[in-house]
Design a protein. Structure first.
Length: 526
């Protein structure tokens, strides 16, 4: 090639570059080539970014989700009735972002960060993109500090630590949301911020939840992100990412945050809807191939940071709804593999009146006793075994009435344990009170309480435990020693003796004389 040809070739290239630079310097615009079902295919936005906000000429926004060779697939985030073919679309040159910070506390917002509680607009100068890479391994530390749920059965058998991801799974109407709400209520005065993300819930359900939080003075440290059942799929899709972005801002400032996703089943369905409308190829059970990545990139953002990075944490409680208890379905198995344990809600237990209806066999916390204070750890060691024995013998006893004395003893104790860990809605317990209640189980002091009187017994026991000086002593120590156990046993014996003597028609033949309480075996756990 001659020098002249090289110069000509160079001139052509420079002219092309100049023309391209001039083209990209102006505000980039495109046109709608087709629209329907909340999806707009747009041509002309050659430099648009993934998840970038684009603005339609009617003022509505959309999010670029499919970047094809000839067009961009945009999901609509607002009204699209008056958007037609050839409507003009402009780039905003910023990805979907939401306001963050303390200004959001006590507010109900939509997934775009707009206030929907009638308390005025949210004015925040600080915005963060909803999609973000999760903190790396070297910035994290292991879970070691408990996040108190206030639910005796969870804090004792399936403890949740700050920075953990514990799945709540079960059929509809089995008390999944109640566990999450009780955990939020229990964070009052514990310097933990809360984010509740409602995905596909009814408006009435969210209104009732907000009333509960407000009545219990929990709304002051909580943000509610609401994408209701009537909202378009795109808003349900971005809602949990909005929630975790708000939580991350506090975590990065060294705060502890609890986030609830209610529920990720509806989130997966919303994403499936968008993906199929965008003509992405479906895979197993018609979900797109990247549906695992949908939840993994969300849940991996919950963690505990080490001291060098502020020491903050995000604890995630995702909720998954099963069909007929099938935890081996596609979405449940995906989320189980991402989380650090699950609380499985059993329909038969719920129908039998047990609250919370947690199946002790299928539930697990992979963090375990690392997220428990010492006194609870000391008293809860044998609880799961006792419940497993009871469940097995209870099922066996249905087939025959001729039971030996030892079996009857285990069954009677098991019934009382189930009643002891039964807990009313919206009444979380203090962890120290939980530890003493576990002591009554471990020392088998509850065998003196008639089954029919158990609810009344607990109503009197809890206030008694809250006011005695021994409880304050345990609160300071946070662990039992032999002397403290003996003094608690003595106090509890006297309380139980006084209580059973007050019961009208107490059956001495069935339960034994209250005077025998003085002879209860003093064997204790060291």
């Amino acid at each position: 090639m001659s020098l002249k040809n090289v110069d000509q070739f160079s001139t052509i290239i420079k002219a092309k570059i100049a023309k391209y630079a001039q083209r990209t310097s102006i505000s980039e615009e495109g046109k709608v080539i087709s629209i329907g079902d909340g999806i707009a295919n747009v041509t002309g936005l050659d430099n648009v970014m993934l998840n970038e906000l684009v603005r339609f000429e009617n003022g509505s926004y959309g999010m670029a989700l499919n970047l094809e060779a000839d067009f961009v697939g945009v999901v609509l985030l607002g009204e699209y009735d008056n958007i037609n073919e050839n409507s003009v679309v402009k780039r905003t040159k910023r990805v979907v972002s939401v306001p963050v910070g303390d200004v959001l506390l006590g507010r109900i917002i939509d997934p775009l960060g707009n206030a929907i509680d009638g308390k005025g607009t949210i004015t925040s100068e600080h915005f963060m993109p909803i999609e973000k890479i999760a903190p790396g391994v070297m910035t994290r530390k292991s879970v070691s500090e408990p996040l108190e749920t206030g639910i005796l059965s969870i804090d004792s058998m399936f403890p949740i630590g700050k920075g953990q991801r514990e799945l709540i799974i079960g059929d509809r109407q089995t008390g999944k949301t109640t566990i999450a709400i009780d955990t939020i209520l229990n964070q009052k005065g514990k310097d933990v911020y809360c984010v509740y993300v409602a995905i596909g819930q009814k408006n009435s359900s969210i209104a009732q939840l907000v009333r509960t939080l407000s009545a219990k003075e929990a709304l002051a440290y909580t943000v509610v992100v609401s994408a209701t059942a009537s909202d378009i799929p795109a808003l349900k899709y971005i809602a949990p990412y909005t929630g975790i972005t708000i939580a991350e801002e506090w975590m990065n400032k060294g705060k502890h945050v609890l986030i609830v996703y209610d529920d990720l089943s509806k989130h997966a369905v919303a994403y499936r809807t968008l993906s199929l409308l965008l003509r992405r190829p479906p895979g197993r059970e018609a979900y797109p191939g990247d549906v695992f990545y949908l939840h993994s990139r969300l849940l991996e953002r919950a963690c505990r940071l080490n001291e060098d990075n502020g020491g903050g944490s995000i604890t995630a409680l995702p909720i998954i709804e099963t069909q007929a208890g099938d935890i081996s379905a596609y979405i449940p198995t995906n989320v189980i593999s991402i989380t650090d344990g699950q609380l499985f809600m059993m329909t038969s237990l719920f129908n039998a009146g047990q609250r919370p209806a947690i199946d002790a066999g299928l539930s697990v916390s992979r963090v375990g006793s690392a997220a428990q204070i010492k006194c609870i750890k000391q008293m809860s060691g044998s609880l799961k075994l006792e419940l497993a024995q009871y469940r097995e013998l209870d099922a066996f006893s249905q087939f025959g009435s001729d039971l030996d004395a030892e079996t009857k003893k285990i069954l009677e104790h098991g019934k009382r344990v189930m009643l002891m860990i039964k807990q009313p809605q919206n009444q979380p317990l203090d962890q120290i009170v939980e530890a003493i209640m576990l002591l009554t189980i471990k020392e088998k002091l509850i065998k003196w309480i008639p089954i029919d009187s158990f609810e009344d017994f607990k109503l009197q026991l809890i206030p008694h435990l809250q006011k005695i000086t021994l409880t304050e002593e345990l609160r300071k120590k946070k662990e039992f020693d032999q002397d403290l156990i003996n003094r608690f046993v003595k106090d509890l014996k006297q309380f139980i003796k006084t209580y059973v003597l007050s019961i009208q028609g107490y059956d001495i033949k069935q339960y034994g004389s209250p005077n025998e309480l003085d002879e209860i075996n003093k064997a204790t756990s060291k």
